[in-house]
Design a protein around this ligand. Structure first.
Ligand code: ADP
Ligand code: MG
Length: 481
């Protein structure tokens, strides 16, 4: 039987978060201004202008390299990639070819080939059939390109790599990396080899898929290509190397260009820019940059796992920074492991539950706008731990805090939810319950244990959850014996 092995390599672009563009001082703000507003003679490619390297953009890429455990170039330079298209004002794009800033490294068990720095192109709008509109606000925005080795073997792994990179870029403050806005763009190269092929050469011909605007699209497009290519191989056809576009509405890829007519970009080092001797520039030194590194997503995961958090909670805190920040500020006020774990349960199930109910699915980040502060929530946890309130009362108190804020202890008093352990009060409740449920009480006397649970439940209800269940239980038992 023949088997088919899919292989995927990703090329990912990300617009870097800087104040100004890559080689001039026009604002880096492609979304929030009117078309062709953030431009100057440099990014419009006027003759006689000279580019100046944006140090911040270089630092961003170097920090990505440090996070990936890559090799940071000692020598780096920018090259001109020559081609003619209206979105590229100079007739060439400044990019990197022979000497990228970053080589090698690994993310989510995927080997990285390189990470280099270039400039973005203008955005074109072809919506009207008669003409195209070009907006140069994006021309010259710093753009990072990361290339992976062809070592991914499933659609899911491709999607997860993209998500992990997005998380890293956001954690480093390097890019907003929003796929829908095009701040992060993923191109997937997919090939399928049959076992026969594998014996001759390792890979099948690769198909490059563009126009992927979400991680879901990446997964769907890769899965689609694997099926399409496998079916072609099954029927004895050959896969042609080509570029295809993803049609999200139709859920399929469509051929755009066959056999990339082997572009000659005539790359050559840009004579207008200085060579970079990375180690000699203080801002670029790895020692200095390492000091600016925040805790990385996988480091955070490890720390949370060690704390004993549930895997689902770890995932939430790492992937939704606002929720993670809330968890951090609550637990900064605590020293005991049990308190931290208890807090985690209340955050991930109760607080997020209330948020979802009020704001809808996917709105977890609303946690940064709660009507109570971490300190008040920590106090609620303390009240539960000291058995001053029951866990049932805690849920009611939390709902009040969520709706209108406030100190949990004051809410507990106002709502009469302070756990009652004093014998007189409890005895009164127990007597009432027995009187109102005489048949059940008789059942218990005749040995039916479930009846005791029912009576305790009724007592808890009567006290609105404020009775200490242990005291209530012993009182009922003693009254009935
Ligand atoms: P090209 O010269 O066509 O741009 P590269 O060697 O630069 O090709 O690779 C571009 C991307 O394609 C990389 O992410 C790489 O991992 C991936 N790739 C290369 N060959 C294959 C293949 N046979 N199957 C899947 N992906 C591949
Ligand atoms: Mg390439």
């Amino acid at each position: 039987m023949k088997t088919y092995k899919p292989t995927i390599g990703l090329e990912i672009h990300a617009e870097l978060a800087t104040r100004t563009k890559m080689f001039c001082d026009s604002p880096n703000d492609p979304f929030n201004s009117k078309p062709n507003d953030n431009v100057c003679p440099v990014c419009m490619g006027h003759p006689g202008t000279l580019p100046v390297i944006n140090k911040k953009a270089v630092m961003h890429v170097l920090r990505v390299g440090i996070a990936l455990g890559s090799e940071i170039a000692d020598f780096s330079e920018f090259d001109r990639k020559n081609y003619f298209y209206p979105d590229i004002p100079k007739g060439y794009q400044i990019s990197q070819y022979e000497h990228p800033l970053v080589s090698g490294g690994e993310l989510a068990r995927v080997k990285i080939t390189r990470v280099h720095l270039e400039e973005d192109t203008a955005s074109s709008n072809h919506d009207d059939g008669d003409y195209s509109l070009i907006d140069f606000n994006r021309a010259g925005v710093p753009l990072m390109e990361l290339v992976t080795e062809p070592v991914i073997h499933s659609a899911e792994q491709a999607g997860n790599f993209g998500r992990e990179l997005q998380l890293l870029l956001r954690t480093l403050g390097v890019s907003e990396a929003n796929m829908e806005k095009g701040e992060m763009r993923v191109e997937a190269n997919i090939s399928v080899a049959s076992t026969e092929q594998t014996t001759m050469k390792e890979f099948g011909a690769k198909v490059e898929v563009k126009n992927l605007n979400s991680f879901k699209s990446v997964e769907k497009a890769v899965a689609y290509e694997i099926l399409r290519q496998t079916a072609l191989l099954e029927s004895g056809e050959k896969i042609e190397q080509e570029t295809r576009g993803w049609d999200d509405a139709k859920g399929k890829t469509v051929s755009q260009r066959k056999k990339e007519d082997s572009h000659d970009y005539r790359y050559f080092p840009d004579p207008d820019l200085p060579k970079l001797k990375i180690s000699e520039i203080p801002e670029f030194s790895s020692v200095n940059l390492k000091k600016t590194m925040p805790e990385l997503p996988w480091e955070k995961r490890k720390r949370y796992q060690k704390l004993g958090l549930k895997p689902t909670d770890v995932h939430i805190y790492v992937s939704i920074p606002e929720v993670g920040a809330f968890f951090e500020s609550v637990t900064a006020l605590m020293s005991k492991k049990e308190s931290i774990l208890l807090s985690s349960n209340y955050i991930s199930s109760d607080i997020l539950g209330l948020i979802k109910k009020k704001f809808g699915e996917g709105k977890e980040s609303e946690i940064s706008k709660l009507s109570f502060v971490p300190k008040e929530f920590a106090k609620l946890i303390l009240l539960i731990e000291k058995k001053i309130i029951s866990s049932r009362a805690a849920k009611d108190i939390l709902t009040v805090m969520f709706e209108s804020g406030g100190d949990p202890e004051i809410i507990a008093r106002e709502k009469d939810l302070i756990q009652k352990s004093d014998t007189d009060t409890i005895e009164k409740i127990a007597e009432e319950v027995i009187n109102e449920n005489q048949k059940v009480a008789e059942d218990y006397k005749r040995g039916k244990q479930a009846s005791l649970q029912f009576l305790i439940g009724q007592g808890m209800k009567k006290s609105k959850g404020s009775a200490n269940p242990e005291v209530l239980k012993t009182t009922i038992i003693s009254l009935l014996s």
